[in-house]
Design a protein around this ligand. Structure first.
Ligand code: ZN
Length: 169
């Protein structure tokens, strides 16, 4: 039986699809293709990458974040004339989701215009690990090929909320 992922025009992947993915722990090729479409594919004005505000670097980044609720959050990198105020696409997507009440996430797809597998920066890895180490991170090339990691693989021995609960001398 093939799993069909509904085009997320309404921002929601069918919950039965997500439940199947979560229960089996496997993302299907159809789901991965959809994640790429959401993050990057030329879909004028609607892909995450198209939401980038990057007048200084001209380095567009898009992130498509899938919450376990089935909701999808798209984010672009948001640059600032005061460079230090710049926010990465992953953080944009996460901040949108967190502020809507989401706390559990399945996967994030990251896309750029370069012919390389661009991986989340260190700050983003720390930002994302707050919500779990099992997050799947897809780094997409423009042709749709990708590398896939868990956040645990990208940020081993990380510091997280559980560490704040440890007893202190
Ligand atoms: Zn980053």
């Amino acid at each position: 039986m093939s799993i069909t992922v509904t085009k997320a025009s309404n921002g929601v992947v069918h919950k039965d699809v997500l439940e199947g993915i979560i229960s089996t722990g496997k993302l299907t090729p159809e789901f991965e293709k959809e994640l790429f479409t959401l993050a990057a594919q030329e879909n004028p004005g609607s892909a995450a990458k198209d939401r980038s505000y990057s007048p200084y670097s001209n380095f567009r980044v898009g992130a498509a974040l899938i919450a376990k609720s089935g909701n999808i959050y798209l984010g672009g990198n948001v640059e600032n004339a005061s460079y230090g105020a710049t926010r990465c696409a992953e953080q944009t997507a996460f901040q949108k989701a967190i502020s809507e009440g989401e706390r559990r996430f399945l996967a994030v797809g990251v896309a750029t215009d370069t012919d390389a597998f661009i991986s989340p920066c260190g700050v983003c890895r720390q930002f994302m690990v707050e919500y779990g180490k099992g997050l799947l991170v897809y780094n997409f090339k423009p042709d749709g090929t990708f590398k896939k990691y868990t956040l645990q693989e990208l940020l081993p021995d990380s510091f997280g909320p559980e560490d704040l609960d440890r007893p202190r001398d």
